[in-house]
Structures are given as C-alpha cells and as structure tokens.
Design a protein around this ligand. Structure first.
Ligand code: FAD
Length: 465
C-alpha cells in the first residue's frame, strides 16, 4: 500500500501521529509539504518572520527525513491543487495528515477529502497538536465548556498515559520512500530573509526545551517579569509543531512543585482555546459574548497608530509594542497589558489589535490570539471582568520594577531612574535635563489620561447592560 503524509503545522518527524500511522499501515510512504499560496497571498510583509521560520524548519525536516532513509517533496501552489495532483502523480492509495482546527484549514481539508474520496483515495486524519480535541472534554450534560477552571479539572481527570504516549515513528521507518524535491528559495516564494531572533526547527525547539527544563521550577515566580528569563519561549515551536505537545506535558507531569503545575496550566489554556474555536467559531469575527458586539468603540486611527508604533507615552506599553515589532515575540504579561491598553485606555476595537498581533506575532495562533484578545477586552468566554481595568503605570511598577525591560526597548528613557521611568511625564524640566531627554519631543507625553479613559470605557460597557 502506497501513502502520502502531508506535513502542515507539524514540522517534525518524531512523535508525529499522522506519520506514525502512515508508516505503520503502508509499505511505501511519501512525505510532502506545500508552501500554500492561498495562505501566503494574505501576508503583506515580504520579510515576514514566520515564512523564514517555516522555510528553515522545513529544510531541517527534509534533512532529517533524508537521514532516516526517506525524503520530503516540497511544492509551492494552492494546497488543494498541489495535494490532489501529487496523489495522482504518485499513484498513492491513501492520504494522512494531522487535524488543524482553524476554520480556513477545516474548509480546505474538507474540500481535499471530498475531491480525493471521489477518486477512491482513503483519507486518514489524526489529533496531534493538542492533548484533547473537539468533543473529548465535555461537561456532564455533553456540552462544550466555556469556563477554564472546570475545563481544566475535567481535562486533568481525563488525562492518562495513552493521551501523552509518544508515537514511535522510528519503529516503521523502513517504509519511507527517499523522494525529495528542492526547496524553493525565499525569493522564489515571494519573500525575503527576515530578522529572525528565534532558533528554528526541531533542533531549535529542543535547545529551548532543554534550557527551560533547568528553569521550570521557578516558572511561577519568574513568568510575570518581562526582563527575567521566565517562560519557555516555545510558543512558535508549538505553533509550527517543531516540538510535540505530548513531550512537553509528559515532562511537566514528571516534575513536582508549583512551577511545573503552573506551566501545565498554560498548556491546558492552549487546548482550551483550540476547543473554544472549534465549538464557537463565531469568535473569529464576533465577541464570544455577543452583546458586546454592540459597543461602538470611539478610538481614533491616530491613537491606534501610536499604539502600533510604541509611541503612546506609557513606557511599558511602548516597550511591549516595540518588542513585538522588533522581534515578533511579546511576553505574556505585556500582551495582557498592551491589549488592555488598546481597548480600555484608547477605546479601539479589540479586533484591530487582534489583527495587528496576527500580522506581527511569530507564534500567531488564531485560537490563542483571539482568546487572549477577547480575555483582555472582556468580551470573551472566561475573560477579565469588564470593570477590571489594568493601570498601565501600576503594571509597570509591579512587573518591571527597575525599568530594565523598558530601558531595553525604549532607549530614550535609559537615563531615567527606576522610579521616574514609569511616569516620565512627571519629570520637571530640570530633571529632564539631567536625564538628557525632553518629554513631548524625544519621547511622547501620554496620549490619554488613564483615569479619564477608564471612566469612558466603564460607561461604554455599562451601556450594554
Ligand atoms: P510559556 O509561558 O512558556 O507557556 C507555554 C505554552 O503554553 C506557550 O508556548 C503556549 O503554547 C501556551 N500558552 C501560554 N499561555 C497561553 C494562553 N494564555 N493561551 C493559550 N496558550 C497559552 N499565544 C500563542 O501561542 N499565540 C498567539 O497568537 C497568542 N496571542 C496572544 C494574545 C494576547 C492578547 C494574549 C493576552 C495572549 C496571547 N497568547 C498567544 C498567549 C501567551 O501570551 C503566549 O502563548 C506566550 O506568551 C508564549 O510565550 P512562551 O512560549 O514563552 O509561553
């Protein structure tokens, strides 16, 4: 039996559900990756970091498969056409791939299934990128959860060894067919090399994971401080599947203590938002709590632009946005602060911020990003209550006490001491001179007054009843 294994957001050849099943059930397995023009056409930045990340990770995957005696065919075109053509060209009887829960991907996969099944090709699809998917964790009455803590408890109750067992791909490796094709250059794909600050591929993921293993015991203490090396930085690798979620959960479970427990909780949030997207796809363009769609956000384009470029006059918010623009990453605490600021201080529609993050984040994931934005905007399923509004100064004083993170990304404020750096507009002209800065010229005055903005936002929510 001849099969084709289609790699998508699962760019690894270890512990890979679809590859394992394809190898186990076939005598010959071809592997393919498609640079999908239907997706690439939506990207506006030629130096998009994600394409560079994928490109390098695909190259590593190809080399790894070749080392195992196989290969990776690489195509550039519309995935629907490329996959159906390739199935015909190779004369395979079956197509294997892992589930993707994004609405666009679901539509694409359904279409491919339909087309190939008409031609008598078997389609085998698998859960791979989450621990529990779709209807696996439901309430007692059989409905989907919409609150995290009971979901997490049910998730933990369901967890057993089989859910996190690695797929031993190497057991059946002899079925791999050594067919590869050259990888198109970034220029041939219509892109250019990006300023990528993250290591790519399975090897990059492994290095980060090994490093995080040394720090996991402190995760709960350090994860909220952006200048500390607290989190794992594995999100982009989870996004593109260069590491297996099962391996991460497995490791977390072997550790005791609050660090590992808190980290496991974050991995469960990831499953939670994928489940929410699957069951409540209206969240893609609407508030989860639809009554909040009624809010007419009065925020201006110029405020939105100031936020995007890190010029709001609130140092922590600006440092966060500059980190995003310069690296493609933003620390979780700062994602919450920056998102809250856009919605609740600038009264800009959360969907605009969500869209900006979607363009810039290396780890952009529709489910997690939408969930995070709706959480911050208080429109989401289990979100921050609308009357709780982050104070950007207090957040700054608490989570970047010494101002180290601000200094890294807002060099204009380098000479401000650790007290003044959170509220530079309060510096007297003499103090500004000592710090070598003129506020309002070298660094902006705050574009809104937080206390005033807060009242406007509370009134907006109050009116929705
Ligand atoms: P760690 O702290 O090491 O966490 C481990 C993993 O758990 C992460 O890699 C991620 O896969 C998962 N995780 C952690 N927190 C969350 C969460 N709140 N929701 C879902 N999964 C989580 N995460 C993304 O992966 N992609 C996004 O597009 C994204 N957009 C966000 C937007 C906003 C407004 C907010 C508030 C959060 C967003 N997050 C997103 C969640 C979180 O900020 C990132 O996952 C985290 O900062 C990535 O860094 P890390 O890998 O070092 O995380």
């Amino acid at each position: 039996k001849k099969s084709l294994c289609w790699f998508r957001r699962d760019l690894r050849c270890v512990d890979h559900a679809a590859l394992y099943h394809a190898l186990k059930n076939s005598t010959q397995v071809y592997c393919v990756f498609v640079f999908d023009t239907d997706i690439l056409a939506n990207l506006s930045d030629q130096a998009d970091r994600r394409i560079d990340f994928i490109w390098q990770s695909v190259r590593e995957l190809q080399q790894a498969l070749e080392k195992l005696g196989g290969g990776l065919i690489i195509r550039h075109g519309s995935a629907i056409g490329e996959i159906t053509d390739l199935v015909e060209e190779l004369g395979v009887n079956a197509l294997y791939f892992n589930h993707d829960y994004d609405p666009d991907a679901l539509g694409r996969d359904d279409r491919i299934k339909q087309l190939l099944q008409q031609q008598g090709v078997d389609i085998h699809t698998f859960k791979d990128q989450v621990i529990f998917e779709k209807n696996e964790v439901l309430t007692q009455s059989g409905s989907a959860y919409n609150v995290f803590t009971p979901y997490k408890n049910a998730w933990l109750k369901k967890l057993d060894a089989s859910a996190i067992q690695a797929y031993p791909v190497d057991q059946y490796i002899s079925s791999l067919v050594p067919q590869s094709s050259p990888i198109p250059t970034l220029a041939e794909l219509g892109f250019e090399k990006a300023d990528l600050k993250f290591s790519t591929g399975m090897s990059g993921a492994n290095t980060l994971f090994e490093n995080f293993k040394q720090r996991i015991a402190h995760y709960h203490e350090w994860r909220d401080f952006p200048s500390a090396k607290g989190p794992s930085y594995l999100s982009v690798h989870l996004r593109f599947g260069t590491i297996s979620i099962r391996a991460l959960v497995n490791f977390a479970l072997t550790q005791s203590g609050p660090g590992a427990q808190t980290w496991l909780s974050e991995l469960i949030w990831r499953d939670f938002y994928q489940m929410i997207l699957y069951h409540y796809p209206h969240v893609v363009s609407h508030a989860f709590k639809e009554k909040y769609d009624k809010i007419k956000w009065p925020g201006t384009d110029s405020h939105f632009k100031a936020w995007c470029t890190g010029q709001t006059g609130y140092p922590l918010v600006d440092a966060a946005m500059r980190q995003l623009n310069q690296t493609g990453y933003m620390h979780n605490r700062l994602r919450m602060v920056a998102a809250s600021f856009l919605v609740k201080d600038l009264q800009v529609d959360w969907k605009k911020g969500e869209h900006y993050f979607a363009q810039k984040l290396l780890d952009y994931d529709l489910a997690a990003n939408n969930g995070g934005w709706q959480w911050a905007a208080s429109t989401g399923c289990d979100s921050q209550p609308w009357f709780r509004i982050f104070n950007p100064v207090t957040q700054s004083e608490k989570f970047d006490r010494e101002g180290d993170f601000i200094r890294k990304y807002v060099p204009e404020l380098t000479n401000c001491d650790s007290k003044a750096i959170h509220t530079p507009w309060k510096l007297s002209p003499a103090q500004q001179q000592i710090c070598g800065i003129t506020i309002g010229k070298d660094y902006p005055l705050p574009i809104v007054d937080h206390a005033v903005a807060r009242d406007i936002t509370l009134a907006l929510f109050n009116r929705t009843g």
